[in-house]
Design a protein around this ligand. Structure first.
Ligand code: IMP
Length: 195
């Protein structure tokens, strides 16, 4: 059983599709610190949640990175979605010659087990504090377009990858290529090998 600390059921469904074990959702409201990287946010959140709930557990922090804006909103994606909304994010990119963007995700897994070797799985061990947190990253490239589709959540309707926006994909199709899917795949491989 893996505990996924999140209020977002969409993320839990994506995790269940990837991991062999059952996923238990815990909606503990950890502090989302303002930081320059989603990795810092995820590691801090995993440690804070572990103090309340115990290990092992995972948290995910993700963001939309728009190339023409030097990666903004990145770690501020939730704030920008709430304040501006995705339609206006698309409007902002209309004057740019390129609307290239990426979704990025960091999964932070807090564990008391020795983290073992993670190099092969593209993981990073953060053992500077208790408990040890291992992070796994995923990224997918695409472009910002006018909103299309009813599926997914967040910025999915304005993020096009290939011919379709993420909101036009089924959950399985999104999982197979998404930032979170890629990070989950690395976590799954590492868990299988080490835990
Ligand atoms: P968080 O990782 O839940 O903090 O999400 C940060 C921001 O990115 C929020 O505005 C989410 O709606 C958005 N977001 C995270 N993952 C995805 C995704 O897979 N698709 C679209 N938007 C996402």
């Amino acid at each position: 059983m893996i505990t996924f600390v999140t209020g977002n059921e969409g993320k839990v469904e994506e995790a269940e599709a990837y991991l062999d074990e059952p996923v238990k959702q815990v909606a503990f409201d950890y502090t989302e610190i303002q930081a320059d990287t989603i990795e810092s946010v995820a590691v801090h959140g995993a440690r804070e949640a572990a103090q309340e709930i115990g290990t092992p557990l995972m948290v995910d922090d993700s963001g939309l990175y728009i190339n023409a804006f030097d990666g903004f909103p990145g770690p501020y994606s939730a704030y920008v979605e709430n304040k501006l909304g995705i339609e206006r994010v698309h409007q902002l990119t209309k004057d740019e010659s390129s609307a290239k963007a990426s979704f990025r995700s960091v999964i932070a897994y807090a564990t008391d087990n020795s983290a073992g070797s993670v190099k092969r799985y593209d993981g990073t061990v953060h053992d500077d504090d208790d408990p040890t947190v291992v992070t796994f990253t995923g990224r997918v490239d695409g472009r910002i377009v006018p909103p299309r589709g009813d599926g997914g959540f967040g910025y999915d309707p304005i993020f096009e990858h290939g011919e379709k926006t993420f909101a036009e994909l089924t959950a399985e199709e999104k999982n197979a290529i998404s930032h979170r899917g890629r990070a989950l795949g690395k976590l799954a491989d590492w868990l299988e090998e080490t835990q």
